[in-house]
Structure formats: structure tokens, C-alpha cells
Design a protein around this ligand. Structure first.
Ligand code: C2E
Ligand code: MG
Ligand code: MG
Ligand code: MG
Length: 286
């Protein structure tokens, strides 16, 4: 077990392997349990997607959604179970399930008469091991008759750490197919502007923590930073926005989209239907 080995090595290095046992063993066990839960969920229809609106700062309308994975009958945090999915390799099947379900849902909304809006899907670097992902994506778009430009793939900088050449090839293929690419969690890693010049991205998602820093900057500095990203043809989404004043500051600073509890938490697909054409600014700020 790779996990156990990792801990073993680490502990040898610190030369105190008597020290840890209980906490770590518990952790290993719970990871094994989560792995079982994920395996069962994949097999028994136990996964579902929620959708969080990304609101246009000017129109107040939903410009786009982000699909976020949940376990149907468990209150497990995605951060935790995604990590286990990545370590166990289950992320390959889970990633395909998420892709297909999001596209199926877009077709369902379309068939009910709602205008098609882009949906963003989170993509883990470990899914680069799925050599057939692109053709799977292509077939799924075909099956549901969804235009590729309505699907956005969210990556994080960590995807660039290894296998840069494969990664670039993969991203360029997505781009050539017409998909959009978003850089997620910008502000939590190296956040190098350099990346943005050679990776084919359409959008930057400013992490909650970076949004908070931006808000405290001089207006002119915030405008320059966002202006720099705009000059690279990037759309800017501010994530984790919970307060009205944050909305006003980020709008002033030039952000394009706001995603956060201020406007909406992630919602089940039926609840999205009630707010599909809502003006969130009027509804929230009156
Ligand atoms: P993320 O992609 O950065 O997604 C945004 C996270 O911020 C979501 O957490 C969302 O519920 C949360 N959020 C949205 N608005 C607010 C707010 O105003 N305040 C706060 N405090 N949080 C807010 P969630 O759904 O728990 O997902 C956590 C992470 O798990 C995601 O971060 C993403 O990295 C990963 N994840 C979720 N679904 C998937 C998936 O289908 N595939 C992969 N590979 N990763 C996923
Ligand atoms: Mg995301
Ligand atoms: Mg994010
Ligand atoms: Mg994240």
C-alpha cells in the first residue's frame, strides 16, 4: 500500500516510528473506508452533482455554472474524498462519471427549454492518466448534442508540475475541440503569470484568499492586476464571495463573474431551474 509506505519512509526519516501510530492508523483506515464508499457509490448510483452559479457582475444573471461532486448518502467533504479518489485511481472513473452527468444535465435543461449555459467541470491532474478521456468527452458531447464551447475544464496549477509536455498536448487538444479551460484556485499555489502566457486558458478563478487580498489593495492596483489578466484575454471569476461589500469592490476592480454564497450556494439541478433566469443582483441587494 503506497500510503503506508509513505508514512513509513517519513517516519524513518524522523527516526521516531513509535510516536505516531494511532492517529496515522486511523487515517489509513478511514482512507480505506472512503475508498470503499467511493467504489460503492460509483457502482450503486451514489454520486450526484450540485451546480453553483457564476454571476455576471453587470447583468446579475447566471453566465455559467460549476459542477461540484457530492456523495448522495454521506456528508463527506469533497476535498477529502477527491484526495482519496486521486490516490486510489478511482478518480478516472469518477472523472468520467462527472463529465457525462454534467453534459447529460445540460441536455436535460436544454430539452426543457432553458437556454444552454456553460458548465465547468473540475479536472484532476491524475486524470491525465486516462488516455481515452478526450475521445470519451468527444463521444459524450456527440451523444447529447452539446456544443463543446459550452463545456469548461477547470484545472489547477498542480497539473503543470509534472509531465508538462503531456499536459500541454492535452490542453491544446481540448482547446482545438472548442472547449474552454479555466485556471482554478489561482492565488493558492505559485500563481505565476508566466503560466498564463503559455497555457491555453480562457479564464482565471481567483481563490477566496486572493480575492480577500485584492479587496484590500488600492483600487488602482487591483484594477491594474485585473487589467493585466484582461489584456491576456482572460475572463476573471472571483470565488468564495460571501459579502456585499466584496461584490462591490471586485466589480469596481474589473472582475467579470462572482461565485459565492452571497448569491448562491451549490444547488441541486431542480433548484437551479427555479433561478435559471434570475437577476441575482436585484434579488440579493434590494
Ligand atoms: P473548487 O473547484 O475550488 O470549488 C469551489 C469550492 O468552494 C466548492 O467547495 C464550493 O462549494 C465552495 N464555495 C463556493 N462558494 C463559497 C463561499 O462563498 N464560501 C466558501 N467558504 N466556500 C464556497 P466543494 O464543493 O466542497 O469542493 C471542494 C473542492 O473539491 C473543489 O474546489 C474541487 O477542487 C474539488 N472537487 C469538487 N468536485 C469535484 C469533481 O467533480 N472533480 C474533481 N476532480 N474535484 C472536485
Ligand atoms: Mg473548481
Ligand atoms: Mg476554486
Ligand atoms: Mg479548490
Amino acid at each position: 500500500n503506497a500510503d503506508t509506505a509513505m508514512y513509513f519512509v517519513k517516519d524513518n526519516g524522523r527516526d521516531n516510528h513509535m510516536f505516531y501510530s494511532d492517529k496515522i492508523l486511523e487515517d489509513i483506515r478511514s482512507k480505506a473506508e472512503i475508498e470503499d464508499i467511493l467504489r460503492d457509490a460509483l457502482r450503486d448510483d451514489g454520486l450526484r452533482l450540485l451546480y453553483q452559479p457564476q454571476i455576471n457582475v453587470n447583468t446579475g444573471k447566471i453566465d455559467e455554472f460549476e459542477a461540484l461532486l457530492r456523495l448522495k448518502n454521506r456528508n463527506l467533504s469533497p476535498a477529502k474524498f477527491i484526495e482519496v479518489a486521486e490516490m486510489s485511481g478511482l478518480i478516472i472513473d469518477i472523472g468520467r462519471w462527472v463529465t457525462k452527468e454534467a453534459i447529460r444535465q445540460m441536455a436535460e435543461w436544454r430539452d426543457k427549454g432553458y437556454p444552454v449555459k456553460p458548465v465547468a467541470i473540475n479536472f484532476s491532474g491524475k486524470q491525465l492518466n486516462d488516455r481515452e478521456y478526450i475521445s470519451f468527452l468527444h463521444d459524450t458531447l456527440q451523444e447529447y448534442q452539446i456544443d463543446p464551447r459550452y463545456v469548461e475544464i477547470e484545472i489547477t496549477e498542480s497539473i503543470l508540475v509534472e509531465e508538462t509536455e503531456n499536459t500541454l498536448t492535452f490542453l491544446n487538444e481540448l482547446k482545438a475541440m472548442g472547449l474552454r479551460i479555466a485556471m482554478d484556485d489561482f492565488g493558492t499555489g505559485y500563481s505565476s503569470i508566466n503560466y498564463l502566457t503559455f497555457i491555453p486558458v480562457n479564464k482565471i478563478k481567483l481563490d477566496k484568499s486572493l480575492c480577500e487580498k485584492f479587496i484590500n489593495l488600492d483600487n488602482s492596483v487591483m484594477c491594474s492586476l485585473i487589467g493585466l489578466m484582461h489584456s491576456l484575454n482572460l475572463i476573471i471569476t472571483a470565488e468564495g464571495i460571501e459579502e456585499t461589500y466584496q461584490y462591490y469592490r471586485l466589480k469596481e476592480g474589473g472582475c467579470d463573474l462572482i461565485q459565492g454564497y452571497l448569491f448562491s450556494k451549490p444547488l441541486a439541478s431542480q433548484d437551479i431551474e427555479n433561478v435559471y433566469n434570475y437577476n441575482f443582483i436585484n434579488q440579493t441587494m434590494q
